[in-house]
Design a protein around this ligand. Sequence first.
Ligand SMILES: Cc1cc2nc3c(=O)[nH]c(=O)nc-3n(C[C@H](O)[C@H](O)[C@H](O)COP(=O)(O)OP(=O)(O)OC[C@H]3O[C@@H](n4cnc5c(N)ncnc54)[C@H](O)[C@@H]3O)c2cc1C
Length: 371
Amino acid sequence: MIQTDALVIGAGPVGLFQAFQLGLLGLKVEVVDVLPQAGGQCMALYPDKPIYDVPGVPRCTGRELTGLLLQQASPFLPIDAETGRRQHLHLGHLVESIEAAADGSWLVGGSGGWRCQARALVVSAGAGAFVPRGLGVAALDGAHNVSHHLPDADGPDHAAALPTTALTPHLVAPPWAGQHLVVAGGGEEALSAVLAIAHAPHPEHRPARLSLLHRRDAFQAEPQQEAAVRELIAQGRVQLVIGLPQAAQREGDRVSALELLGADGQVHTLAFDHLLVRLGLSPKLGPLTQWGLDLERKQVRVDTATFASSQAGVHAVGDINTYPGKKRLLLCGFHEATLAAHAIATALQPDAPPHLLYTTTSPVLHQRLGV
Ligand SMILES: Cc1cc2nc3c(=O)[nH]c(=O)nc-3n(C[C@H](O)[C@H](O)[C@H](O)COP(=O)(O)OP(=O)(O)OC[C@H]3O[C@@H](n4cnc5c(N)ncnc54)[C@H](O)[C@@H]3O)c2cc1C
């Protein structure tokens, strides 16, 4: 059971800035997200598209913004020198339940037995937990050789200009290294995965054989991206397989082949070692609706002075909340996170001096930031 002052549920852009603000105010903070990487919508929906309206940042991509937010939060979510992973950032856990404890804290339960006790919660869950879209073949569920995400090498830390020496040695070989990998999908997610895998910087991390499975010979991606994948197909480095998955051959906890309905009306078998399904992610509000929070059209109603929800000690910031005049913009979420952090600090540190400290001039803040 992790014990902390504040738990941030959702590592999207607003959740990451929330962690920074809470840390800056001297609170111990943990962040949890169901995805294997931080960044929320910025990484899941538009990693390489430009954003033009973050104050002071004339242009950056979703991936770059996530990298900068992680870099900014580094004093409170530092990279572990041993593992190369960020401390206090718990990825791959769906928060399922929150329960009020007798002492006023919150007991939080997540997938995989993840548990945390926090004196305050901040829900920064966006439009909900991002879950991957599947191929609609039941036999694939829970199979150990079916994935939906690329390993960390694709993550935002690499766009943050962090010292690569701190990260590169820890890159783990993907589960498909040296095997026959099938990537399923025909959109940007699938094509970008094919390009990243085919051009993996460590040749030993590449699959021995790479196939791209799509239901037709047409892609929904940027022309440049499509041209690069078509080039790999022409070179024989990627095999294009056209077919509609109907069923899968399961052997224990593994899937050995997909049965595909081909354009010729026949069923063909596609054998593989590993399947990477890249059909995009969709947000599911799911468990959050059971947490006893006052909701309005699936969003958490908040007080705009503190961003407190209807439950004492539970705040909501970013796209998940609603109030008169609400705009689902990054800038608004960052403002909300700042006020929520101050309200939480006031509640948890009643003896702390109430005056505002500036990062420019405060030695206390400099010490917390390690500058
Ligand atoms: C295509 C597109 C372009 C955009 N362009 C702009 C722009 O130019 N400027 C701008 O200001 N805004 C833009 N936005 C909006 C902006 O991306 C959102 O306002 C912002 O991402 C909201 O951040 P957030 O942290 O609140 O939520 P999100 O980014 O949605 O992150 C929420 C995170 O919480 C996680 N989560 C949710 N529930 C759980 C749970 N139960 N357990 C564990 N994890 C959970 C999710 O997996 C997710 O990672 C754009 C949005 C889109 C889709």
